[in-house]
Design a protein around this ligand. Structure first.
Ligand SMILES: [Fe+2]
Length: 275
């Protein structure tokens, strides 16, 4: 049996599928809002979807699919304001209306938090968002095979108030409120995303030779980054194979370099270094 380094953090178990020697250098992302004595209220959700991991990461940041969520309106009337790639990170922003649901929107404290725009980041291999410093989320993926992905969402809030009042929701009520919001709004909404990405995967398999029709320039940047990381992985694997291949005298060309590239630990079967 092969073994992998694991660690527990943020209520999740993290598996490192690359070179074990690199596990200490590729840290689990810090989420200070969830650590410490007064962590933010959070909603967790995880699913197994029959879709390539990149389709899920693309979907979460592509606000052109607002119509899919018209019943819940987590974002509405979005206009892309910027998108750029710097190294292994894509940053983008939308001017939009966040938290516009008829029920959930009444809990959002718009006096304290600007909900008219959102910043999104694809920090390979993770995806996250920040609305006004008071509503945030992370999305982590664990590819199971070429077309199946386990996906983990963490949503956390510092911007909830009592509907019709200015006062914040009292801390003892946050637990039950998060439970209700998760069951009534967040998880049903995410199941819509699951249906969409699984349909996208089916469409890709039926029509993979057709040109990709993608109107959102941010999605192109996401796909470019995912492809670049995959090609880097293949190049490292090929280089490793060449190094290990026997020479005519029967010895390998050179000893294996177990340290590898600190910035790019090897992955296996399309699995990002963390997930
Ligand atoms: Fe969505």
């Amino acid at each position: 049996m092969r073994s992998y380094p694991v660690t527990a953090r943020h209520g999740l178990i993290w598996l490192f599928p690359g070179d074990p020697a690199m596990a200490e250098q590729r840290r689990v992302p810090d989420i200070p809002e969830l650590d410490g004595p007064r962590p933010w209220a959070r909603i967790d959700a995880d699913y197994t979807w029959r879709a390539h991991h990149s389709m899920i990461i693309d979907n979460v940041s592509d606000f052109t699919h607002a119509y899919l969520h018209r019943k819940y309106r987590p974002f509405w009337d979005a206009r892309l304001t910027h998108c750029e790639t710097v190294g292994d990170t894509v940053r983008l922003g939308y001017d939009t209306v966040i938290g516009g649901g008829r029920l959930t929107g009444r809990f959002v404290d718009r006096r304290r938090v600007d909900t008219t725009s959102i910043d999104l980041v694809y920090e390979y291999p993770y995806q996250r968002s920040d609305t006004g410093g008071g509503i945030k989320h992370w999305c982590f993926v664990l590819p199971m095979d070429r077309t199946t992905t386990r996906v983990f969402f963490l949503f956390y809030f510092d911007a909830l108030k009592i509907p019709g009042a200015r006062a914040r929701v009292p801390r003892p009520l946050m637990g039950p409120l998060m439970k209700a919001a998760g069951a009534l709004a967040v998880r049903p909404l995410l199941r819509q995303d699951g249906t969409a990405v699984e349909a996208e995967q089916e469409g890709y398999e039926r029509n993979f030779t057709s040109p990709v029709v993608e109107l959102n320039p941010a999605v192109h940047l996401f796909q470019d980054l995912t492809i670049r990381k995959w090609e880097q992985h293949l190049a490292r694997e090929n280089a490793d194979l060449v190094r290990r291949s026997p020479r005519r005298d029967g010895r390998s060309s050179e000893p294996s370099d177990s340290a590898g590239d600190p910035a790019n630990p090897p992955a296996r079967d399309g699995v990002p270094p963390r997930g």
